[in-house]
Design a protein around this ligand. Structure first.
Ligand SMILES: Cc1cc2nc3c(=O)[nH]c(=O)nc-3n(C[C@H](O)[C@H](O)[C@H](O)COP(=O)(O)OP(=O)(O)OC[C@H]3O[C@@H](n4cnc5c(N)ncnc54)[C@H](O)[C@@H]3O)c2cc1C
Length: 466
């Protein structure tokens, strides 16, 4: 007999599990279906969390190596225990994954392990690893099946020598050479990890600039900073084919118009991700996808079948964990009769390189394209007292405002702790605050946050410290 519930959620990533918890809290009988043996999806298992743990460990190493002496920290034999670094990563992932299991249980979400497929618009069949099946009937469904890495036709992935972001997070040893195809967020973050660990790292990017979604100023500066750290960039370059040999991969590439064979221990293909809907049998539910393979949704995240919703990476938009979670909450609140909205403009985007990059709202170019009479203010961390104390003086804050209304339209930070600093600008943007509000906010001294105030003052034409 089929199990009956109010809401069945397919996928337990940050979209699915957060939607499940909130749905249960709102009184819906909720089922969450997950095909993997652990909860948390890409983010917790093979995405945000493992990558940030490796970035943290290697950033500590970087600071000790490059600033230790300056601060009087002398050591003669600083070693990296890669196995320990990897086990720290595993332990962090396990803690968080178990935490999600605990939260689902605490909130009385019924969890089913197995692959869900639609057999009709109101029923999914779930097949477990033991091939046993169970049917789930629901009044509403939320599809939160996420995404998967895109691979290149002539570069087959083996997740050992030719890897995606999943394989590179679990390498058995530090490769002496690493070639990364794609200078997007995932490419530059993972390149940073191995560059700091001592690999010789080269990044190939098809476009003529890195991290294409960034404000041009930040993209240029980030590339400079990463080059200073030893990463070699080849822009306007393409990977063509790869041949795997016992100890090396031979990559044939077009480096800015010149064909070359490049030998590397490991090749990381980081050319983006695509929506994952394999096995879901969407056609049996009447759920349609667009040309790019994303599930089509309306403004309420409703698919072409009115009682089926889709959230997160499986629908078009920036692939971010917090966006998926916000959409999950929005759908269940909507089903409860509330009218929540996801404020997409206020969703921050972070790159966890050193220095970090964090942005929210419109870039200067986007604001101009939108016909806004922009006012721009900048402040450099080299003029920030706290940055002087910590020795992290690279980078700047750029504030973009609308001259007419005085409102903030975007904030762009490249610098120390940018991922945390962006929260203030995000709130200002969400609450439709003015650039003047940021300029007038009293900041503790000495803090990195003073750089935001200073950039806002600069936009208003009254800088104090530059
Ligand atoms: C290396 C890397 C680093 C990243 N870093 C960040 C970061 O720092 N910050 C950030 O915001 N984002 C980051 N992301 C992106 C982030 O991980 C995703 O945007 C986020 O996980 C999307 O959440 P989701 O719930 O839509 O899907 P997912 O997290 O992909 O979860 C989907 C789940 O659905 C399950 N599933 C799929 N099909 C079925 C089925 N038929 N039946 C049952 N279960 C199914 C999958 O097994 C999976 O567990 C990173 C991604 C990668 C790869």
């Amino acid at each position: 007999m089929a199990e009956r519930c109010d809401i069945a959620i397919i996928g337990s990533g940050p979209g699915g599990y957060v939607a499940a918890i909130r749905a249960a809290q709102l009184g819906f009988k909720t089922v969450c279906i997950e095909k993997n043996s652990t909860f948390g999806g890409t983010c917790l298992n093979v995405g945000c969390i493992p990558s940030k743990t490796l970035l943290q460990g290697t950033e500590m190493l970087y600071h000790l190596q490059h600033q230790g002496k300056e601060f009087g920290l002398a050591f003669s034999d600083l070693k990296v225990d890669f196995t320990q670094l990897m086990s720290k990563k595993k332990q962090v992932v396990k803690t968080l994954v178990d935490g999600v299991a605990g939260l689902l249980k605490k909130n009385k979400v019924d969890v089913i392990e197995g692959l869900a497929e639609f057999v009709s618009p109101n029923t999914v069949k779930v097949t477990g690893k033991d091939k046993k099946t169970v049917e789930v009937e629901a009044s509403y469904f939320i599809i939160a099946t996420g995404s998967e890495p895109i691979s290149l036709k002539d570069i087959p992935i083996d997740e050992r020598q030719v890897v995606t972001s999943t394989g590179i997070l679990s390498l058995p040893k530090v490769p002496s050479t690493l070639v990364v195809v794609g200078a997007g967020v995932i490419g530059v973050e993972l390149a940073s990890v191995y560059n700091r660990l001592g690999s010789k790292v080269m990044i190939l990017e098809m476009l003529d600039h890195i991290c294409p979604a960034l404000d041009a100023d930040l993209s240029r500066q980030l590339q400079k900073e990463l080059q200073k750290q030893g990463i070699e960039f080849h822009l306007s370059s393409q990977a063509i084919t790869a041949v795997v040999q016992p100890e090396e991969v031979i990559l044939m590439a077009n480096l800015g118009g010149v064909l070359k064979n490049i030998s590397t221990n490991v090749l990381l293909v980081a050319v983006g991700r695509r929506p994952f809907t394999s096995g879901l049998q969407l056609e049996k539910a009447g759920v349609e996808k667009n040309k790019k393979g994303y599930i089509t949704v309306d403004g309420n995240l409703r698919t072409t079948q009115p009682h089926i919703f889709a959230i997160g990476d499986v629908i078009d938009g920036v692939m971010l964990a917090h966006r998926a979670s916000a959409e999950g909450v929005a759908v269940v609140e909507y089903l409860k009769g509330n009218r929540p909205e996801v404020d997409y403009l206020a969703i921050p985007n972070v790159i966890y390189t050193y220095p970090e990059v964090a942005v929210v709202g419109l870039s200067e170019q986007e604001a101009k394209e939108a016909g806004i009479d922009v006012m721009v203010g900048k402040s450099y961390f080299r003029g920030n007292a706290r940055a002087r104390c910590t020795g992290e003086t690279e980078g700047f804050v750029k504030v973009v405002g609308d001259r007419k209304s005085g409102k903030l339209v975007g904030a762009h930070i490249l610098g120390p702790h940018a991922s945390e600093l962006i929260a203030e600008a995000m709130l200002a943007l969400q609450k439709k605050a003015k650039v003047e509000d940021l300029a007038d906010a009293p900041q503790a001294h000495p803090t990195f946050s003073e750089a935001i105030k200073e950039a806002a003052l600069d936009a208003l034409g009254r800088p104090l410290h530059q």
